[in-house]
Design a protein around this ligand. Structure first.
Ligand SMILES: Cc1cc2nc3c(=O)[nH]c(=O)nc-3n(C[C@H](O)[C@H](O)[C@H](O)COP(=O)(O)O)c2cc1C
Ligand code: SF4
Length: 489
């Protein structure tokens, strides 16, 4: 393939799910990946690792890994390709002893059932020219749909921008879902893959894209199998009417969720964010204008267009603060999971009305409002609306709405350190403020007494001089801890 050995090495050594082995190391081992992220560490990941180290048979290796996207079932590990929820040593050992590497398919709505439920009707209306692409884009804009991957950019505006650049164009869907605490995309994908695929096809039709790339994190192995099966059926159902659809597997790298790093990864390279301009809407995947979206943004497209047909009232229901948001809630609550709740809800309402309250014996102390990178808020700021644009004044952001609830049993600096270690591990190393800053900050935060002056200085450099959102947001939990939980330092 005319690829230099050096290029192969740099890619193989970049991704966590590739292993560099000796030439004659052909021994087959089952990999047990134990999640060490915030929620799993809260529910005993360290003890699990200690117990497994003593009990696992020789054909297993343990890897310490970041969030595997199942925080509502913490502690979690993945044996081979199979997730073990509420993991205990005996569950894990049984799977290893049975040589388990095959993921179990979720119980999802298959194409046949999706079609009889009316799925793909909106896409068919597009194909039969009942709408023009401009009309569809107008409906999406009117509905006020904002990107649900974190940045919250207007979806309709993005489609317009991509269409303004000459074809051929590409759609790239981000199912990397690596932000610790986030599991909403998997939640919907495991239930209704065709609702998402219809949204993707409508988007591709609206921007006249010839190819769609679906980038799915490697941790969601069962979803990969499911999508492969359903895409094959879809191609038979719509012969010659679909764009090319390529399903691509991630290889364990958080930064590959950053849009330009994801494109690099799809192109077969190390997932390092690109410098901008040019923006990917103009020059993206393989140099083509690219519409990049989070899974969930596209998931709601068919419903929005259907409701937009019903009249203004229903569109308004979907708009802005009155709309619903999918909160991935984990931590010290009775009912963790994905909760569809009004955008702008307060943490107290979310916990009490949707999550069954706090776990017995726990009192709400703080929460991560947007995964590891969104900072940490104290429970004491009353009635703070959880929405786009409302948390910045408090040094935080909602991002992908991953709410990790902490209680009076939790030491905040410990979780801030967990987040910083995660950023250090996941920094791609391209720019110095992030590569050196996350490493140095993690070291300083491991000290018994934090050097506040040095840490604040480091945080400023990281936030202001890093190339991408990883390095820019990495100081958020650190700064929140200094600002709100100084008495614990
Ligand atoms: C370090 C980093 C990781 C990210 N990870 C994801 C991710 O896993 N999934 C995602 O949809 N967006 C992720 N994003 C945001 C994307 O860069 C991009 O804004 C988003 O996918 C755009 O889609 P949307 O407009 O539908 O929200 C990440 C951003 C950064 C900086
Ligand atoms: S901020 Fe970090 S992750 Fe982003 S480009 Fe720089 S080194 Fe890489």
């Amino acid at each position: 393939m005319s690829i230099a050995t050096g290029e192969i090495y740099e890619v193989a050594s970049f991704y966590h799910h590739f292993n560099l082995t000796e030439k004659n190391d052909s021994e087959k081992k089952i990999c047990v990946r134990v999640c060490e992220s915030i929620t799993c560490s809260m529910f005993g990941a360290d003890d699990l690792i200690t117990d497994l180290t003593k009990q696992l048979p020789e054909n297993a290796v343990i890897q310490h890994v970041p969030c595997v996207g199942r925080c509502d079932s913490a502690p979690v590990c993945v044996v081979g390709k199979r997730p073990v929820l509420n993991a205990t040593p005996d569950k894990v050992c049984t799977l290893v002893n049975n040589n388990v590497t095959v993921p179990s398919l979720p119980n999802y709505i298959k194409l046949e059932d999706a079609l009889s439920d009316g799925c793909y009707k909106t896409f068919k209306s597009c194909l039969s020219k009942q709408f023009t692409p401009s009309q569809v884009i107008q409906k999406i804009t009117d509905a006020g749909l904002r990107g649900l991957g974190g940045a919250g950019f207007s979806a309709g505006k993005k489609w317009d921008i991509v269409r303004s650049f000459p074809a051929p164009r590409v759609v790239a869907i981000n199912i990397d879902e690596g932000e610790p605490g986030t599991f909403k995309d998997r939640h919907y994908l495991e239930k209704a893959p065709h609702q998402f695929l219809e949204g993707m096809l409508i988007a591709a039709w609206a921007v006249n894209a010839s190819t769609c790339f679906i980038y799915l994190r490697d941790e969601y192995a069962a979803c990969h199998e499911m999508l492969s099966i359903e895409l094959e059926k879809l191609r038979t159902e719509f012969p010659r009417q679909l764009p090319d659809i390529e399903l691509r597997r991630g290889a364990g790298s958080y930064v590959c969720g950053e849009e330009s790093a994801m494109l690099e990864s799809i192109e077969g390279k190390r997932g390092m964010p690109r410098l901008r301009p040019p923006y990917i809407a103009e020059k993206g995947l393989f140099g083509k204008p690219t519409l990049e979206h989070n899974f969930e943004t596209l998931y709601w497209i068919p419903e929005i267009i259907r409701k937009a047909k019903g009249g203004k009232e229903e569109i308004i229901e979907l708009r802005g603060r009155k709309g619903l948001r999918s909160f991935s809630v984990s931590g010290r609550v009775c009912i963790p999971g994905v909760h569809r709740a009004p955008a702008g809800i307060s943490i107290h309402e979310l916990i009490n009305d949707y999550c069954g309250g706090m776990l017995s014996g726990h009192k709400l102390k703080a929460y991560f409002p947007g995964g590891a990178s969104g900072g940490i808020l104290p429970a004491g700021i009353k009635d703070l609306p959880l929405d786009f644009d409302t948390l910045q004044a408090h040094g935080c952001f909602i991002g992908s709405a991953a709410i990790i609830v902490l209680s009076d049993h939790d030491a905040i600096p410990e979780y801030a350190l967990n987040a910083m270690r995660f950023f250090k591990e996941e920094s791609c190393g391209k720019c110095t403020p992030c590569r050196v800053g996350t490493d140095k900050a993690a070291e300083l935060m491991s000290e018994e007494k934090w050097d506040l002056e040095k840490l604040t200085d480091l945080a400023t450099v990281m936030a202001e001089a890093s190339i991408c959102g990883l390095g820019q947001a990495a100081p958020n939990p650190l700064l929140s801890t200094i600002k709100y939980f100084g008495d614990e330092l």
